[in-house]
Design a binder for this molecule. Structure first.
Ligand SMILES: Nc1ncnc2c1ncn2[C@@H]1O[C@H](COP(=O)(O)OP(=O)(O)O)[C@@H](O)[C@H]1O
Ligand SMILES: CC(=O)OP(=O)(O)O
Ligand SMILES: [Mg+2]
Length: 362
């Protein structure tokens, strides 16, 4: 029996996995209340499972640095790596550390804890995609995140069509990212050294000219922590719209800033799709996941309409009826299959833990 703990930037997902069976719960979580609130959620969830003690607890770990490319048991070294990388993933790593601590307090040190890394799927991108054009001696490499989601989306594409060799996956949740996958290998992804790069997100800026950061510091006098807060918590949809992070709401609003936020969000996705078609040398499938990807047909329409020249032809009816459920939303004649997939990251994490336990040398 595995307890899975998946902290996203807007939610806490808990799962209880007993072979194929299991149960799950999702609680909205905005980071407020920290360890106390997180422990309470876990305590209530475990109570609902009859207060059983899990065989192990598995955590989604967003950023432990480039040294960790595969799931592993959490020891002091792993905890230190998560701590050391906390400044690079301030919305995730500090909470993950609190959760590891909370689980140790709840279940005791004898219950092993497992780290499933969100950077694992894009861990081995080609150097030309993984590096920035800065001196190599700095040792800075793009890692990419949302790897559990992108891995599952690639699997879904191949399950639907085993001939799908070139796949673009789009994780559109509170954080958002795109991934280009060729023959099962992530060859590029939009998040980079940190989960700030790439697509526009609920409260994160995504791609930005690094000169802006210098300007904010040198000319506007912002401190490092003010810039960190600005880019992670006050930018993206929130920043452009003037405080709203809900695309569902923004689609209904008629003011210029709300409309601009939606336009920018969709435009950047289209831009990345175009870039990744070029990177992949063509395209067989687009897979979309995450709360926004699952629930907002109008956003999907705006992202993919008019891309017939890339072989992407949407089916309006299929798209409109796909709300909170998975399914193909491209037209039958479309060369590229566009599919929405409801992702179960926690199940993936439990499978990783089972795999670790099955290995002979523990
Ligand atoms: N029913 C819904 N309708 C519209 N948007 C939704 C719905 N459910 C979730 N979302 C949006 O999805 C995002 C959260 O997605 P999710 O994948 O759960 O995020 P994360 O894992 O990053 O915390 C939020 O921006 C939220 O507004
Ligand atoms: C890595 C990341 O941004 O995750 P989430 O979208 O769950 O916040
Ligand atoms: Mg998520």
């Amino acid at each position: 029996m595995f307890l899975t703990v998946n902290i996203g930037s807007s939610s806490l997902r808990l799962g209880w996995h007993d072979g194929e069976a299991g149960s799950a719960t999702t609680a909205p979580f905005d980071g407020k209340g920290g360890a106390t609130v997180l422990s309470r959620h876990i305590g209530q969830f475990i109570e609902a499972q009859g207060n059983a003690t899990p065989t192990a607890v598995c955590h989604r770990i967003v950023h432990a640095g480039a040294a960790y490319g595969e799931s592993c048991f959490i020891d002091d070294k792993v905890v230190a790596a998560i701590k050391a990388n906390s400044p690079l993933a301030p919305l995730h790593n500090p909470l993950a550390l609190e959760l590891i601590e909370a689980c140790r307090a709840l279940f005791g040190a004898a219950v092993p804890q497992v780290a499933v890394f969100d950077s694992a799927f894009s861990h081995n991108m080609p150097d030309y995609a993984a590096l920035y054009a800065i001196p190599a001696r700095l040792g800075i490499r793009r890692l990419g995140f949302h790897g559990i989601a992108h891995h599952l989306m690639w699997q879904a594409a191949v399950k639907r069509n085993p001939q799908a060799r070139r796949v673009i996956s789009l994780q559109l949740g509170s954080g958002a990212s795109a991934c280009a996958v060729r023959d099962g290998r992530a060859v590029d992804t939009s998040m980079g050294f940190t989960p700030l790069e790439g697509l526009m997100m609920n409260s994160r800026c995504g791609d930005i000219d690094p000169g802006v950061l210098l300007y904010l510091q040198q000319e506007k006098g912002l401190s490092v922590s003010e810039i960190e807060d600005l880019l992670n918590r006050r930018s993206g949809l929130h920043g452009v719209s003037g405080g709203n992070t809900s695309l569902k709401d923004l689609l209904l609003l008629d003011d210029d800033q709300s409309k601009l936020a939606v336009d920018m969000y969709c435009y950047r996705i289209r831009k990345y799709v175009g870039a990744y078609v070029a990177a992949l040398g063509g395209l067989d499938a687009i897979v979309i996941g995450g709360g926004i990807g699952e629930h907002l047909p109008e956003i999907r329409r705006r992202c993919f309409d008019g891309l017939a020249f890339l072989g992407v032809e949407m089916d309006d009816c299929r798209n409109a009826s796909c709300d909170g459920s998975g399914g193909v939303i491209s037209a039958p004649q479309s060369n590229v299959t566009v599919e929405v997939v409801v992702l179960d990251e926690n199940r993936f994490m439990a499978d990783e833990a089972a795999r670790l336990f099955a290995q002979p040398a523990r």
